[in-house]
Design a protein around this ligand. Structure first.
Ligand SMILES: Cc1ncc(COP(=O)(O)O)c(C=O)c1O
Length: 396
């Protein structure tokens, strides 16, 4: 069965051009880029070309780019570098809807005496800017906010916020893992000091990430070792993946320049409007205005997201739910909880995330298959039968 892959915020297909660019560096050209001989030196040149492509994607200079193993490493490195460079400051400001890559680090840091301020969002997923600005003070070591949310696609006004934060002399980091390649980013229009990217979210392989560090930003490495990445991240480079990432960044930039994501946005809109029309008691989670063009989180009330996913799977349709299976109990995601999405909607939330490879025929297929899936599950759902009587309390 062919797979209809609408889970691109989880990971993306590696572009065939990326695979092609990588293959020679897994077979023929295996030299170490740090070696003195030209067999290794040639590899080093390719790494620098990749660095340039990544820099172009976000308007940075290549010297401001370091390669890491993933988005999680980039996020952790940025936060740790900021607090180590400002040992007298103990406050970290972030939002309540960050990815676990960063959210779980705060739990560790809280135990070590850092005060983490979680800025709330409203029921559309928009950040409470007043709360954020009022929280800034002389003890703030770093403000770290995601640029785009992985579950709802809601985009935070990072350009504006980062400039305000920088004006007060505070380091600003953004987790741009879901943003990169989906809309134009130019760090020069921002006050962003550090920015995280992850290759596997834009058609490069898994296991390669990037941290942008603005020139002049105080930095201390997390991975201490050799002189690689100018001493900012030790460890022999993941050569083939870096070269693949460079190719993916080049392609992403080209697509964005040619308005490549507009087509994806049209397909997402068609999917969303059709499902909302055809399925009663369904709604979009999060604001629709400032949102990633590829993402739609739809709540189908009074059904279980996991059951929906299983039935979608029977048709070869891949997506994600708004619940996280933790300790055997299905908890609605912290993002939907922070937005105050009612219990009955959060549990039946499905995230559809498209890519440039998604076709109109695939979207038509999903539009045809989803309504009977929800109808069938509602026939079986005690909550659906008692709807109106069910306490659709706010979660959190
Ligand atoms: C917003 C966001 N940040 C960070 C990460 C972690 O990236 P990686 O999987 O490369 O560690 C993800 C992955 O889903 C993400 O969506």
């Amino acid at each position: 069965m062919d797979v209809i892959y609408l889970d691109n915020n989880a990971t993306t297909k590696v572009a065939p051009e990326v695979v092609e660019a990588m293959l020679p560096y897994l077979s023929q050209y295996y030299g170490n880029p740090s070696s003195m001989h030209s067999f290794g030196g040639n590899v080093s040149e390719k790494i620098e070309a990749a660095r340039q492509h990544v820099a172009n994607l976000i308007g940075a200079s290549p010297k401001e780019i370091i390669f890491t193993s993933c988005g999680t490493e980039s996020d952790g490195t940025a936060i740790r570098a900021a607090i180590e460079s400002n040992p007298d400051r103990k406050q970290i400001i972030t939002s309540r809807v960050e990815h676990p890559a960063i959210k779980n680090l705060y739990e560790t840091l809280s135990k070590k005496g850092y005060q983490v301020t979680f800025v709330p969002v409203d029921n559309e997923g928009r950040l409470d800017l007043d709360y954020l600005y009022k929280s800034l003070n002389d003890d703030t070591a770093i403000v770290s906010l995601m640029w785009a949310n992985n579950e709802t696609g809601v985009i935070f006004p990072v350009e504006k916020i980062s400039r305000e934060v920088k004006d007060r002399g505070i380091i600003f980091h953004t987790d741009a893992v879901q943003a990169a390649g989906k809309f134009q980013i130019d760090v020069n229009n921002t006050g962003v000091d550090m920015l995280s990217l992850s290759g596997h979210k834009f058609h490069a392989p898994k296991g390669i990430g990037v941290l942008y560090i603005r020139k002049g930003t105080k930095f201390s490495p997390y991975m201490i070792g050799g002189h690689q990445e100018e001493g900012r991240r030790g460890g022999t480079e993941n050569v083939a993946s870096i070269i693949g990432l460079g190719k993916a960044a080049e392609m992403a930039k080209q697509h964005l320049d040619e308005n490549g994501y507009a087509g994806v946005g049209q397909l997402r809109d068609k999917l969303e409007t059709s499902l909302l029309e055809r399925v009663t008691n369904s709604m979009v989670n999060g604001e629709t205005e400032n949102r990633l063009p590829n993402t739609s989180s739809i709540a189908f009330e009074y059904v279980e997201g996991e059951a929906i996913l299983l039935m979608m799977n029977e048709h070869g349709i891949c997506a994600s739910s708004g619940s996280a299976c933790t300790s055997g109990s299905l908890e609605p995601s912290h993002v939907l909880r922070a937005m105050g999405v009612p219990f009955t909607a959060a549990h039946g939330s499905i995230r559809f995330s498209l890519s440039g490879y998604t076709t109109a025929a695939e979207i038509d297929f999903v539009i045809e298959k989803m309504p009977p899936i929800i109808d069938r599950l509602r026939e079986l759902s005690p909550f659906w039968k008692q709807k109106g009587q069910v306490n659709s309390c706010l979660v959190d």
